[in-house]
Design a protein. Structure first.
Lengths: 574, 411
């Protein structure tokens, strides 16, 4: 566009851009040596440009679609997700720098772009590129991939045509049908080698970027926002441009029918970090949101527990060294250290602290509560003592209500979207008819539903349960005192409770059986189960994961005693 | 489950379905509709492996909701049914039939008829053959509605003839309905099955037009053809027909015999016993006793004075004639352990006396004979009856006293 020289052959000023990024004269098809300046920072940071492929690739599809690659699709997905995160308050750096750089790095490492010759694709004859009879209708927006690949290669026309070559190879065979160019190739690739991109992995990318920037969003929160619809995931393909037709195998890649699981996203993220050869991540210090001290504070508030417990969580953190920078910071590729799940860890610490102070054996905590109740009846000097029983009742009630709501929401979840999907053109009409029927039925029964289905999603919030000190009914326990369960010994405050029971005496090998311990509800006290259930709800993960962390923390805490096999007052349970 | 965090489409819809089912059971139609709205997108998924797919579920549940929901109209209901018809060609006729039933329940006979006619003319490749049975049902019900129209015309005709008019048009219409109905009804009752309503109507038609032979044949087939499922009503219809035709007692009795075997507590057993008692043949009288004892084994007859009077009469007759006491012995043998508590308790004596003196009279007679004059029931009732100075009770007392030894011989 900025090129205003006259053509050497025909003296016209009518330029187009070849695949190789060279200017050619539209009137006489004279190809120049001039290449367009590609690497300018604006363009890269603004790399959320639509990557519709153009050029001498066969653009003439009957349905007005264009050719597109799977990774272009994923790029769009990531773009949308980054935008949503930005809207939630994440700093723009994440979208413009971090995520985009991670993505580029990934594309390069997995040889999908930014390299001389994408693996798996053969080079066809030059004729494909030379027959530039198909004129670029829009030279202003060349394919990002092509242009960026240019920066790596020497601008060799031959190389640049390598993208185009795969076109005819794939789209010819009807058995591997997909709207994208390499959909079938994509699914056939050997996963192990290249860490094939999947929808859940987009969230791994997001989380990785968030972690790099140490943003105050935990993985469980991120996943919760996804389920609540604040971050595009399900049906994100409906935001693909019209020209990017999705069908056949693309559906298997882009259409998800299940919510991402914490473990999966977490593990993939670590795999990814190692795959990209990333250096040590920025330090997680005690001023970071993800530091256990901070997260414990948040969760204590959310669980309606006294603020005073925070002293105890900090003490435990300090004692077992999990507040250390080196423990918390991610070092990709380091297989010896256990990967830190910040949110689950914090929940685990709180559970351990509760066990330390209240024992949670279905007996002692109620006893303590009775004492506290007595005291509270007789005097209210210095504020109320924390009563476990009251807390349990209040929290259980709210929890039950919220859980019920959540269960209903899950049952009412709508998975489909307006954009219809079909495997092939053959069943298009059937799919559309079905869709129409569904819409009709939804309308008919929706009217009979009585209540108006809320159209807006609720505003995203970091806290799912909130308790206000202003409530006079005493349902907020933040300010309550732990005096009832503490005693002073040699100037130090210790727990009155002398006992502790270990969740498990021996930890399993995580690599072998996937867990550090095995949680079976019936084998543990109800109170313990309740507390696990509370955090399980808040973090939207299985109680067994929190149980694992609890076991891990306990073993660090009682390490010496376990080694010495002293006769502590431990009630041994498996 | 509250801890099931791994959620996918299928599990979500399963949960949705269980919410719908709960709501239906509690008749919360609005709530059921709310969840059904979320469930319907299951149609877009392939459930071809499952036994009952979403389209069938949606049809059945949607029908229930629309039928019961206060804000739903017949128009909406019909519209829904039409959609359901297009949803699964393998169920097309079934849906049509269900739709027709609902229309009939709502009194929309004409609409029902239209739908049936439409369904009758449906053809869909090999499905037509596969859904042959449903098609026969469609024709049969259409025939049934034709019968209904015939019946209306018949009544009009009768009215008019009473008034002295003769209405040719009505008569012709009536005949044409007859023809249509007869053809369809005849077809369906050929197939083994329970076709009570069709049989009744068909026989009614045949009788009106005087084709008694055909009627008799149809009823015999229906009752005695072993291919047809055992159906007490078949025998009842046959019996009633024979009675109407003025057949001999012998054929009436043979018609009721199987009924006694299948349903010993049937209400016709009273008539049966009455006929049998009067018979000259010993075997028949013996059967009569068996029949009435068997009927009174059932709680439904406990308070029926007529039934007890039949038994009382027969027992009395046997006792007086002093012949065939062994019949009573045989019948009483399997009952002596439980009939006393079942029929002849002191509590029942009081109650029967209070509520129905005739009942207590008949029962007292039987009790007195079977259990002797000192049994609770007889003692109480006869005492009360004599106290009330009712003549028949005094007679009863005398009778039982006279034949007191009988109970010893039969026990």
């Amino acid at each position: 566009r900025d090129f205003n020289e006259r053509c050497a052959q025909c003296s016209e000023v009518n330029w187009g851009l070849t695949d190789g990024g060279r200017f050619y004269c539209r009137s006489c098809h004279n190809v120049t040596e001039r290449t367009r300046e590609v690497v300018n920072t604006d363009f890269i940071t603004n790399s959320r440009v639509q990557t519709i492929s153009k050029g001498s690739r066969n653009q003439e599809k009957n349905d007005g679609g264009c050719e597109w690659y799977v990774c272009e699709g994923f790029q769009l997905v990531l773009k949308k997700q980054a935008e949503a995160l930005e809207a939630l308050g994440v700093c723009p750096q994440m979208k413009d720098e971090i995520l985009c750089n991670f993505w580029r790095c990934y594309l390069q490492k997995s040889k999908q772009a930014y390299c001389k010759r994408p693996a798996g694709e053969t080079i066809k004859a030059l004729s494909v590129c030379e027959s530039s009879t198909d004129v670029d209708s829009d030279p202003d927006r060349p394919s990002l991939l092509h242009l960026l690949s240019l920066s790596e290669s020497e601008g060799d026309l031959q190389t640049d045509c390598s993208f185009a070559s795969s076109v005819s190879k794939v789209s010819e065979s009807t058995s591997v049908y997909s709207g994208s160019v390499d959909g079938s190739l994509y699914l056939m690739k050997n996963q192990k080698e290249k860490l094939r991109m999947t929808m859940p992995m987009t969230l791994s990318f997001c989380y990785m970027a968030l972690l790099w920037l140490r943003e105050p969003i935990t993985l469980s929160e991120l996943l919760r926002f996804v389920v609540e619809g604040h971050i595009p995931y399900l049906n994100v393909f409906q935001h693909f441009p019209e020209k990017m037709k999705l069908c056949g195998l693309d559906l298997r890649i882009f259409c998800v029918e299940s919510w991402p699981v914490y473990e999966e996203v977490f593990n993939k993220m670590h795999e990814l970090a190692a795959f990209l050869d990333l250096p040590r991540f920025p330090d997680i210090t005690d001023s970071c949101f993800l530091h256990p001290d901070m997260l414990c504070m948040k969760y204590l508030m959310e669980a309606n527990l006294p603020d005073e417990l925070h002293n105890w969580t900090c003490r435990v953190v300090r004692k077992i060294g999990i507040g250390e920078v080196d423990f918390l910071t991610l070092m990709p590729g380091n297989k010896s250290t256990r990967k830190v799940k910040y949110d689950v860890l914090a929940a685990g610490i709180i559970v351990v602290v509760l066990k330390l102070l209240f024992l949670l054996d279905d007996h002692y905590e109620w006893l303590l509560s009775e004492f506290a109740e007595e005291r509270n009846k007789n005097s209210t000097e210095g504020g109320p003592y924390f009563e476990f029983k009251k807390w349990y009742e209040v929290v259980k009630q709210s929890l039950d209500v919220e859980q019920k709501k959540l269960d209903e929401e899950r049952a009412k979840y709508l998975w489909r979207c307006e954009k219809p999907l079909f495997y092939s053109v053959k069943n298009k009409s059937k799919v559309l008819k079905r869709r129409q029927m569904v819409v009709n039925l939804q309308s008919q029964f929706g009217k009979l539903s009585g209540s108006v289905r809320r159209a807006e999603k609720p505003n995203p919030s970091s806290f799912q349960l909130s308790w206000s000190e202003e409530n006079t009914d005493g349902s907020c326990f933040h300010g309550h005192s732990l005096k009832g369960v503490l005693q002073e010994k040699c100037g130090l405050l210790t727990a009155m409770n002398p006992d502790y029971w270990l969740c498990t005496v021996k930890l399993c090998n995580e690599r072998l059986c996937g867990h550090l311990a095995h949680y079976r509800e019936v084998e543990f006290p109800q109170s313990y189960h309740f507390v696990l259930g509370l955090f399980s709800f808040l973090l939207r993960i299985q109680p067994s994961y929190i149980h694992d962390e609890v076991c891990m923390i306990e073993h660090k805490l009682f390490n010496k005693k376990l080694c010495k096999k002293l006769k502590y007052n431990t009630v041994l349970r498996k | 489950s509250s801890h099931e965090h791994k959620l996918n489409f299928r599990k979500s819809k399963e949960a949705c379905l269980s919410y719908i089912q709960d709501a239906l059971l509690q008749k919360q139609w609005k709530r059921a509709a709310e969840f059904l709205t979320c469930y319907v997108e299951s149609l877009e998924k392939d459930y071809s492996r499952e036994h009952v797919g979403p389209s069938e579920i949606i049809w059945r549940i949607g029908t229930e909701i629309l039928w019961h929901h206060s804000q739903s109209s017949m128009k909406e209901f019909n519209c829904f049914m039409e959609q359901m018809k297009t949803l699964g060609v393998k169920r097309y006729l079934k849906v049509c039939l269900e739709h027709v039933f609902h229309l009939l329940c709502n009194g929309q006979i004409d609409e029902a008829y239209q739908n049936l006619s439409l369904a009758e003319s449906w053809r869909f490749g090999e499905q037509t053959a596969i859904q042959d049975k449903e098609m026969k049902l469609v024709e049969a019900y259409r025939g049934l509605l034709d019968y209904y129209s015939w019946s209306k015309q018949k009544n009009i005709l009768l009215e008019h003839s009473e008034d002295g008019f003769s209405d040719l048009a009505v008569e012709q219409e009536m005949h044409s309905y007859f023809r249509k109905a007869a053809v369809s009804l005849k077809e369906i009752i050929k197939i083994p099955g329970v076709w009570d309503v069709f049989v009744k109507c068909y026989v009614d038609l045949l009788e009106f037009y005087g084709d008694h032979n055909e009627a008799r044949q149809v009823l015999n087939e229906y009752a005695y053809n072993s291919k047809f499922p055992a159906n007490p009503n078949a025998h009842v219809y046959l019996y009633q027909f024979l009675k109407r035709q003025g057949e001999s007692k012998k054929s009436l009795i043979s018609a009721l015999k199987i009924l006694h075997d299948i349903v010993p507590s049937h209400e016709l057993m009273i008539d049966f016993n009455t006929m049998l008692q009067k018979s000259k043949k010993r075997k028949k009288r013996r059967l009569g006793l068996e029949v009435i004892f068997a009927a009174l084994d059932y709680a439904g007859w406990k308070e029926d004075a007529k039934a007890w009077s039949c038994l009382a009469r027969q027992v009395k007759q046997i006792v007086i004639s002093e012949k065939h006491l062994d019949w009573i012995t045989q019948e009483w043998n399997s009952r002596k352990d439980w009939w006393p508590a079942f029929h002849f308790s002191r509590y029942l004596a009081k109650r029967n006396w209070q509520e129905n003196k005739s009942l207590s009279y008949e029962k007292a007679l039987v009790a007195g004979i079977l259990l002797g004059k000192d049994c609770k029931y007889f003692k109480y009732v006869s005492h009360q009856g004599c106290k009330a100075q009712l003549k028949r009770f005094r007679m009863l007392k005398k009778f039982v006293n006279r034949h007191n030894s009988v109970y010893l011989r039969i026990s």
